[in-house]
Design a protein around this ligand. Structure first.
Ligand code: ATR
Length: 277
């Protein structure tokens, strides 16, 4: 009988060893006194469909999907949420009792929740948001900012055509500026978001000129290794409100955990510490 089963969930990626999700979900399961397991699964692209189809039969109630499978998983799911469709990628799978697989994307939710908790005074209508980068993460961020009612999004990416494509998908509120002009766009920003991998340990530094930053702006970085990137350090120095990227990882995990294990987990210092272990 299904209600006697211990619920299983996990994260599917390749590589997956670096994922913080097993520690985070493991911490929540333990601290909430719940029965359940959350397991990392390194799955090759060729095995993805078969693994995902097999998991429900093994007692899995769902899974997170991470790099590089977030797009590919869309073709395997039976039902895809509007958010995931708009973003073109899914990070959360729910295995329903009727045998169907539902795909959702909670990255945008994670982004906006992190921003709202980290910078409670930020208002969506305060002014333009400057978004650096136009990859998968940027799509989720722009979807969330558009939903939240940000009036104008200034998008800048090294490869301009990718930014133009996002503008086509998200409409008039998105303006594209050249990567070499990105620094100039900071002057008028109410919010600045780095969605590129620049500044991450092992990656090149973000070299966008930051003299446009000033007090009153909110600056957030999706990079969380290190927690205080050059962008956040520079922003802090001139009195901006800063929000680090670890919270996005924590908040994006909340809806999946709640669906699978039946309890809404709390994002607090203990959860942060668990994710960093
Ligand atoms: P993600 O899903 O994390 O967004 P991605 O789709 O690979 O990953 O996107 C990575 C982002 O970082 C892109 O905006 C990329 O710019 P390009 O579209 O020009 O590739 C940006 N990025 C990565 N390395 C970069 C570099 N050395 N200089 C500038 N931008 C870089």
């Amino acid at each position: 009988m299904t209600h006697d089963r211990i619920p299983l969930a996990g994260v599917i990626g390749s590589p997956v060893a670096h994922s913080r999700s097993p520690q985070l979900h493991g911490h929540w399961l333990k601290s909430l006194g719940l029965r359940g397991f959350y397991i990392p699964m390194d799955v090759a692209r060729d095995d993805l469909a078969q693994v995902i189809r097999t998991l429900p039969r093994m007692g899995f109630v769902g899974a997170n999907v991470t790099v590089p499978h977030k797009e590919a998983v869309m073709a395997i799911a039976d039902k895809i949420s509007d958010r995931a469709t708009l973003i073109g990628a899914a990070n959360t799978l729910i295995f329903r009792e009727d045998g169907t697989i539902h795909a959702d994307n909670t990255d945008g939710y994670g982004f906006i929740e992190n921003l709202r908790h980290g910078a409670p005074d930020w208002r969506a209508d305060a002014g333009p948001a400057v978004v650096l980068g136009a990859g998968g993460a940027a799509r989720a961020v722009i979807a969330a900012l558009t939903d939240a009612g940000v009036p104008e999004i200034v998008l800048s990416n090294r490869t301009r055509v990718r930014a133009e494509r996002l503008k086509d998908d998200f409409g008039q509120r998105v303006q594209v500026v050249d990567w070499v002009q990105a620094g100039n766009a900071l002057d008028d920003a109410a919010l600045v978001v780095n969605t590129t991998s620049l500044g991450m340990v092992g990656q090149p530094e973000l070299r966008v000129p930051l003299d446009g930053l000033r007090k009153g702006q909110v600056v957030t970085d999706l990079v969380y290794t290190p927690l205080k990137t050059r962008l956040l350090a520079a922003a802090e120095q001139v009195g901006c409100e800063t929000v680090d990227g670890l919270g996005m990882l924590l908040y994006q995990a909340v809806p999946g955990f709640e669906r699978w294990f039946g309890v809404r987990p709390v994002v607090d210092d203990e959860a942060r510490a668990a994710a960093l272990r």
